[in-house]
Design a protein around this ligand. Structure first.
Ligand code: ADP
Ligand code: MG
Length: 234
């Protein structure tokens, strides 16, 4: 069964008198353990779509199923619980908590959304620090590490709750090309290791090729799909 199934989804925003159609007739299916990118110019609907998949907003038309749930039918509380168990988020500006160490930033979601015993927390956080190559930096604060390292921490933080799906809206927009490439490679490695589906958006031509499935968005509509050979083992 597919992890995500979107059928003719539509998203209208009401801006005063004006209705802005941000997404229109968008249909696609994403299988578990995929490595997917939504690409398109600024304003093409990438953030809107990721917000819908992430249960942060609801479609105004069509149906969207994520991990077995009909997104439109969840109330606020149910959406929050659904995100807490199923979805991890990675942000363009890293969103690390400045007063917490690298270790504590990764541990944070386990304290907030899932009640995981202390010993298990330590095990998971340490394993992820190793996996993203940040174990030596675990006691540093966000302002003591580079942008690329911050995003490594954010990748670990997104994985710590064992989500089915990680959403990353332009995760490399604040990184130089070489670092951007390394962060995408890290995400792919984590997909291989944990079988977590990764969906990222970008308008950076240089990293688009790193995705295994690429969906092209233009003016809120899907204009194409490209599937690269030699991807995951699903
Ligand atoms: P992208 O992430 O690809 O740049 P967005 O999803 O942010 O695109 O935006 C798609 C379209 O929807 C744009 O025309 C944008 O101006 C509009 N839009 C996005 N969010 C809102 C909002 N909250 N209210 C009104 N219009 C919005
Ligand atoms: Mg955007």
């Amino acid at each position: 069964m597919s992890l995500i199934k979107a059928e003719k989804i539509k998203k209208d925003y009401q801006a005063g008198e004006l209705v802005i159609t941000a997404l229109n007739r968008v249909s696609f299916e994403i299988e578990p353990a995929s490595f997917v990118s939504f690409v398109g110019p600024s304003g093409s609907g990438k953030t809107t779509l990721l917000n819908l998949i992430g249960c942060l907003d609801k479609p105004t038309g069509g149906t969207l199923r994520v991990a077995g749930a009909d997104v439109a039918s969840l109330n606020r509380k149910e959406s929050a619980a659904f995100r807490g168990t199923n979805i991890g988020f990675i942000f363009q500006d890293f969103n690390l908590i400045p007063v917490l160490t690298v270790y504590e930033n990764i541990e944070y979601p386990l304290l907030m959304v899932q009640s995981v015993p202390a010993a298990e927390r330590k095990k998971r956080v340490t394993a992820l620090l190793e996996a993203v190559g940040m174990i030596d930096q675990k006691d540093k604060y966000p302002d003591q590490i580079s942008g690329g390292q911050k995003q490594r921490v954010a990748v670990a933080r997104a994985l710590v709750t064992n989500p089915k799906l990680i959403l990353a809206d332009e995760p490399t927009a604040n990184l130089d090309h070489k670092t951007a490439y390394m962060v995408i490679e890290l995400m792919k490695k984590m997909r291989d290791e944990f079988k977590t589906t990764f969906i990222f958006s970008t308008h950076d031509q240089k990293i688009i090729g790193e995705a295994e499935i690429i969906y092209m968005l233009e003016d809120g509509e899907l204009k194409g799909k490209e599937v690269k050979g030699g991807g995951g083992d699903e």
